[in-house]
Design a binder for this molecule. Structure first.
Ligand code: SF4
Length: 377
């Protein structure tokens, strides 16, 4: 696709929404605003649609909704949000500052969150369904940085131990593939000092999933601490990982030292870049990715980091900052639509220029890389 057709597409194919005083936004920009600010969800939404769709008052279920163009968006019920979800003409409808934005839909009803594994581990609190085809494990083993008093400021995970049992994870994956049209998995845990402790867990999770009989026709995304021993990475790919992330989260070094003190001090920027470069050079483009938390630094520093990675075939991926009462560098203020627009256009240009194809099925809940790349097809 050349620049001209892309520009034409950018102007004409992304539907726009009117968002009260916030302004005009396309689907990706609206998603960013909704993820960062949450949505006031009327109780009637849960009452009317909770028995027929995947929508639940428990925050542990990581609800999501689909905008009128199909974009999948995290639905965090947040009382002070300018956005509101209420029933209008019998349908779930999104409002911004009481002005109608669009009707939304939900994913099909699922019994996933009322299940327990054969050992008695509840699915809820350990795994979430994301979008239309992913099951995600947000915190399989505990974070050594948080335990050492150096958690990332934006992170909601709490130190926990021991790791979620391997066989339970495999059982949950199998269940989700059989009952919820899941074909892909996200495996995430806390960061570790050398990558050695998590190595044992990751190998066991990948083996357990491979032997579970789960029909995974999509991808296994693995989020790891960049290991000092790069051969671990080869082992993870050989055991079934499709892509591997070593996430820097914030490129601005001064801010990173404050916002992600453990990552900056223990895993270091250099180790992240070494591991990511190793993956790209050994396994090719689109096999390594690196998440950034969008909304914590200037577009300029973000662009610097994203460009460094993209040039080497590493996908800069993007999850939107969700403060929800947790301040970062003393602030709870989320960016405006102009900031999100600039980030979207910057990433879109990089994905096109360097032929990068982010993972994420029909789009994950708080990440926007797949939405950006789908919007240009
Ligand atoms: S390294 Fe940061 S983001 Fe990762 S689990 Fe620890 S505190 Fe959370």
């Amino acid at each position: 696709m050349n620049a001209t057709t892309y520009n034409l597409y950018r102007e004409h194919a992304w539907p726009t929404f009117r968002c009260g005083n916030i302004g005009q936004a396309d689907a990706v920009e609206l998603k960013c605003l909704l993820v960062s600010k949450g949505v006031r969800v009327d109780g009637e939404i849960y009452e009317r649609f909770g028995n027929t769709y995947r929508i639940n008052p428990s925050p542990s279920t990581c609800n999501s909704m689909k905008l009128s163009d199909g974009t999948n968006v995290q639905l965090t019920d947040w009382p002070s949000s300018p956005f509101r979800l209420k029933v209008s003409d019998g349908k779930p409808a999104l409002f911004c500052e009481e002005e109608f934005v669009c009707y939304v839909t939900f994913h099909p009803y699922s019994d996933f969150y009322s299940q327990k594994t054969s050992s008695g581990l509840p699915f809820i609190g350990n795994a979430v369904l994301q979008g239309c085809d992913f099951v995600s494990f947000p915190y399989l083993w505990h974070c050594e940085y948080a335990a050492a008093g150096k958690p990332c400021q934006f992170c909601f995970n709490k130190p926990q131990s021991p790791a979620v049992p391997y066989s339970d994870v495999a059982e949950i994956v199998r269940y989700a593939t059989l009952h919820d049209k899941v074909n892909s998995v996200q495996l995430t845990g806390g960061s570790t000092f050398s990558g050695q402790n998590e190595h044992r867990h990751i190998v066991s999770y990948l083996n357990a999933i491979a032997n579970s009989g789960a029909d995974l026709t999509g991808e296994i995304l693995l989020y790891i601490t960049p290991p000092t021993h790069l051969a671990y990475i080869d082992e993870y790919f050989s055991l079934g990982a499709s892509r591997i992330a070593c996430s820097i989260e914030v490129w601005d070094r001064e801010k990173a030292q404050i916002i992600t003190p453990g990552k900056s001090q223990y895993a270091t920027r250099e180790r992240h870049l070494n591991a990511l470069t190793y993956i790209a050079e050994t396994y090719g483009n689109n096999k390594a990715f690196c998440n950034f938390v969008i909304g914590l630094e200037s577009v300029e520093t973000l662009k610097e980091g994203a460009t460094w990675l993209a040039r080497r075939g590493i996908i800069p991926s993007a999850s939107v900052w969700m403060p929800m009462g947790r301040a970062v560098m003393g602030s709870l203020e989320t960016p405006d639509v102009t900031y999100f627009r600039r980030v979207k256009e910057m990433l879109s240009d990089l994905y096109i220029r360097y032929n990068l194809s982010p993972a994420g099925g029909c789009g994950l809940n708080v990440c926007i890389e797949k939405d950006i790349s789908m919007a240009r097809i």
